[in-house]
Write a protein that binds this ligand. Structure first.
Ligand code: HAM
Length: 411
């Protein structure tokens, strides 16, 4: 510690937030329920380090992507290793998949994860430098039924939290149909060069399909007549894409085809999708994902199909209303000193099945109600001299207002 007293308080870094208060309740409520749904779909928890070798993201997310090019928290550590804070979760999971030789063992793997991701972007509403994702990855299944399965699981998660969304879908083709399409697109874009924005001009050289999702209105207008990937798919990709649409239709899942949806990460092939909401402002993507059948091979493993998605937790929490958590929270309080011991015993029993908060200072009814409300409790349960004598407990449901005094055993 230095001897000089510095008056200025230390604050969190720009774009990096603490998760506390109501948001922390929603955060755990989200993780617990999303994890439950993922487990129902056969997924198990997987965790990879937050810090990885920079080369991992360069090779997978792609050197020409904004994420790698402009947004990485990259540094040289004390051992002179070039490392960076993960900007996304898929690359680490694939690295681990190969490192642990799951590719050699073969079979199907379904994993979910959640945790912080880091991108040095310009912070704004819905865009943080440290944000959290809930993601899922599947290895070993090339069937398009799995694409539908992943989309259905994501929809189930959003439905559970009563979140309205739009599903946008595209196919990015494969190594057979993407290269000729790209060539075709470059020819078209080259003619438009003088009118396209500076970024698009760079992208024509580095990653031409990214031109398609340029946010500039003028560029979008110019792209109106650009060749569409979905009109240029090979037979295999076309059949798969049609089948995916058929399965989604069959399951009543509405979607829109967006041929300009290319995603900001380079590892995708075939299915790409995004779930958006019109209620959270400009950063409208709440989740995104797709197939990445070449990524395992690209990171040194045996060719293994893969598909997955990630949800942006902070963006999603904006859409979950606190009163929708439906969580029953008991607040236990004493009306007199003598009741405290009994209260600790009752709390111990009730906690086997419910969330219970306990207040150690005896108070009157009104004070207890106020404290309970402050702590987002839904049921207030109080014991005073009379209740102690009768073996009863007073309860009030703060949502419905219903009051009753019941036997402790019933409680
Ligand atoms: P992504 O589209 O880059 O995909 O990110 C997924 C979600 O993370 C976005 O839809 C958004 O909700 C959230 N997100 C991204 N950047 C920020 C930010 N700066 N601030 C707040 N939220 C953000 C991926 O990361 C892929 N790994 C998804 C995937 C998994 N594909 C296959 N498997």
């Amino acid at each position: 510690m230095s001897n000089t007293i510095v008056k200025k308080n230390i604050q969190s870094l720009r774009g990096m937030n603490d998760i506390l208060g109501e948001e922390s309740l929603l955060f755990t409520y989200f993780i617990e329920n999303a994890a439950r749904i993922a487990k129902n779909y056969g997924f198990s928890y997987f965790e990879t380090p937050i810090l990885e070798e920079t080369a991992l993201f360069k090779r997978s997310v792609g050197e020409s992507s904004d994420i790698v090019n402009k947004e990485m928290y990259q540094f040289i550590d004390k051992g002179k290793n070039d490392v960076c804070l993960r900007p996304e979760g898929t690359a680490g999971v694939v690295r681990s998949f190969v490192e642990n030789k799951f590719d050699r063992a073969g079979g199907t793997y379904r994993w979910y994860y959640h945790g912080p991701m880091f991108r040095y972007e310009r912070p704004q509403k819905g865009r943080l430098r440290e944000f959290h994702q809930f993601g899922a990855e599947v290895f070993g299944i090339s069937s398009v039924y799995e694409d539908a399965n992943i989309i259905m699981m994501l929809k189930d998660i959003l439905d559970f939290f009563k979140i309205g969304f739009k599903l946008q879908l595209n196919s990015l083709g494969c190594q057979t149909c993407m290269p000729p399409y790209r060539e075709n697109l470059v020819k078209h874009l080259t003619n438009l060069k003088p009118e396209l924005c500076e970024d698009c001009n760079k992208r024509i050289l580095t990653n031409p399909i990214r031109v398609l999702d340029c946010k500039n209105d003028n560029c979008q207008r110019l792209l109106y007549n650009a060749p569409k990937i979905t009109n240029n798919l090979c037979e295999n990709c076309d059949t798969d894409f049609e089948k995916l649409k058929e399965i989604l239709d069959f399951n009543g899942i509405a979607y829109e085809i967006d041929t300009n949806l290319v995603r900001g990460l380079d590892y995708y092939s075939q299915t790409a999708f995004e779930f958006t909401s019109s209620e959270i402002g400009a950063q409208s993507a709440i989740a995104g994902g797709g197939r990445y059948d070449k990524l395992v091979e690209f990171l040194g493993g045996r060719e293994t199909p893969g598909i997955g998605f990630a949800i942006g937790i902070e963006r999603l929490l904006e859409l979950i209303k606190m009163n929708e958590t439906n969580e029953e929270v008991f607040y236990l309080g004493a009306l007199s000193d003598e009741a405290l011991n009994t209260l600790t015993k009752i709390a111990g029993m009730k906690r086997k099945t419910n969330k219970v908060l306990i207040e150690y200072t005896p108070r009157g009814f009104g004070k207890h109600f106020k404290l309970a409300q402050k702590q987002n409790a839904t049921i207030v349960s109080l014991i005073g001299e009379n209740e102690l004598k009768d073996g009863t407990i007073y309860t009030k449901n703060l949502i419905t207002g219903e009051e009753k005094t019941i036997k402790v055993e019933e409680f």
